[in-house]
Design a protein. Structure first.
Ligand code: FAD
Ligand code: UDP
Length: 370
């Protein structure tokens, strides 16, 4: 039997804790926030599950992970169909025939493709090397200007020319009239919210949980008292930023309770112009098909901001400079960190979705426990 300390009660930490306890190990979970579940934390207000850290839609191609997460919640059939608001003009996302029709009046896939081909000619066949080139190559210059450039540069706080191409490849481009934001065969929102998933994962007598507890306040003691540590905080902070800071993007959430039933008619509306300071507004009740108080709705505006020490590091900025720096920290982790395992979005410095975090935690479980 091993005595584990898990740092961070997010999805990675909770998955590891659940699997370790199931195998008869003792686990202590510490979490610096005043609640469990990390960024997937949801809280019920006026009968509505409020996503406290931005819209979370579970989607995966992996049947095993879909089945795995169903141990802890039932899911509704929510399909993400966000819309973009560009100076009051509304477009469907992801980029599909509805978008192309509204923008260009084209009706058939062939006409849409011809228009995209005409616009991507500005690249002269060059292989896309950054987000701007990748976007133009996928959908042409009009969509890049109206729906991508402003949003992206607000979100990441830098020119789209300085961002990696993979970020925009997260979004499908379709020559069909299909507004589903994801290609994955499995998608939904847990009925009753996400927090229950982590609650159930941690509901084992072999697991104790302590919130409002920061690892760095008693680091030496923890390292001495536990056989192994699973650390899901920032890897650069763990090593006291000895090679310098990795970059993150932070966010500020502004949540409002409104005395009306329906504010925007959709769960997610992106504001893709450069001027509007927020990137999106989510209206939480639409994740659950109009559940909740009929006279109230709750909306959250999401303002991107530069991360400084002490802010919440929501997104790793995986450009080549940061990835190279992460590699140095990873080498340190592999050679000098003794009994510490690093995991999750911050511990592995990866733009992981929830299903990928569960997948990564299960890989760690397999290596460590099986
Ligand atoms: P976290 O949830 O960040 O958990 C890490 C925990 O460790 C945190 O609770 C933190 O407080 C704690 N911690 C850190 N340092 C310390 C310390 N020193 N001591 C104690 N505790 C510490 N994924 C999807 O699949 N679909 C989506 O629609 C989606 N939308 C997203 C929207 C936003 C705005 C964001 C930011 C992310 C989104 N994600 C989405 C990604 C998803 O949130 C992550 O994949 C997942 O939550 C990561 O889990 P984690 O355990 O790695 O990290
Ligand atoms: N994006 C965009 N316009 C949009 C939505 C997304 O340009 O209306 C770009 C932007 O660069 C963003 C990336 O696509 O960072 C990935 O979008 P996704 O919705 O996956 O972002 P997340 O939900 O992870 O913030």
């Amino acid at each position: 039997m091993t005595n584990y300390l898990v740092v961070g009660a997010g999805l990675f930490g909770a998955t590891f804790a659940y699997e370790a306890a199931k195998r008869g190990h003792q686990v202590k979970v510490i979490e610096k926030r005043n609640h469990i579940a990390g960024n997937i934390y949801t809280k019920e207000v006026a009968g509505i599950q409020v996503h406290q850290y931005g819209a979370h839609i579970f989607h995966t191609t992996n049947k095993k992970i879909w089945d795995y997460v169903h141990q802890f919640a039932d899911f509704n059939r929510y399909t993400n169909t966000p819309i973009a608001n560009y100076h009051g003009e509304i477009y469907n996302l992801p980029f599909n025939m509805n978008t192309f029709n509204k923008l260009w009046g084209v009706v058939t896939p062939e006409q849409a493709l011809a228009k995209i081909d005409e616009q991507r000619a500005v690249l002269h066949g060059k292989k896309p090397e950054n987000l701007e080139e990748q976007a133009i190559s996928l959908v042409g210059t009009d969509i890049y200007q109206k729906l991508i450039k402003g949003y992206t540069e607000k979100q990441w706080g830098r020119s789209a020319k300085e961002l990696p191409a993979f970020i925009i490849r997260r979004l499908p481009v379709r020559l069909t009239y299909d507004n589903n934001y994801f290609n994955d065969p499995y998608q939904g929102i847990p009925i009753g919210g996400y927090t229950q998933i982590v609650e159930k994962m941690l509901a084992n007598d072999a697991i104790t949980v302590e919130t409002e507890t920061d690892f760095f306040e008693h680091q030496e003691e923890y390292l001495k008292n536990y056989d192994k540590v699973v650390f899901t905080g920032m890897i650069d902070q763990y090593f006291d930023y000895c090679y310098g800071e990795l970059e993150y993007r932070s966010l500020q959430f502004e949540t409002e309770e409104l005395d009306q039933d329906n504010f925007q008619g959709n769960a997610v509306v992106n504001y893709t112009d450069a001027k509007t300071p927020f990137t999106r507004i989510i209206e939480h009740k639409h994740f659950e098909f109009g559940k909740g108080d009929k006279h109230k709705t709750i909306i959250t505006r999401e303002y991107p901001k530069t991360w400084h020490r002490g802010d919440e590091p929501y997104y790793p900025v995986n450009n080549s400079a940061n990835n190279a720096l992460y590699k140095k920290y990873k080498e340190l982790a592999d050679t000098k960190a003794g009994n510490v395992i690093f995991g999750g979005r911050l511990g592995q410095y990866r733009y992981y979705n929830m299903d990928q975090v569960i997948g990564a935690a299960l890989v760690t479980v397999e290596k460590e426990l099986d």
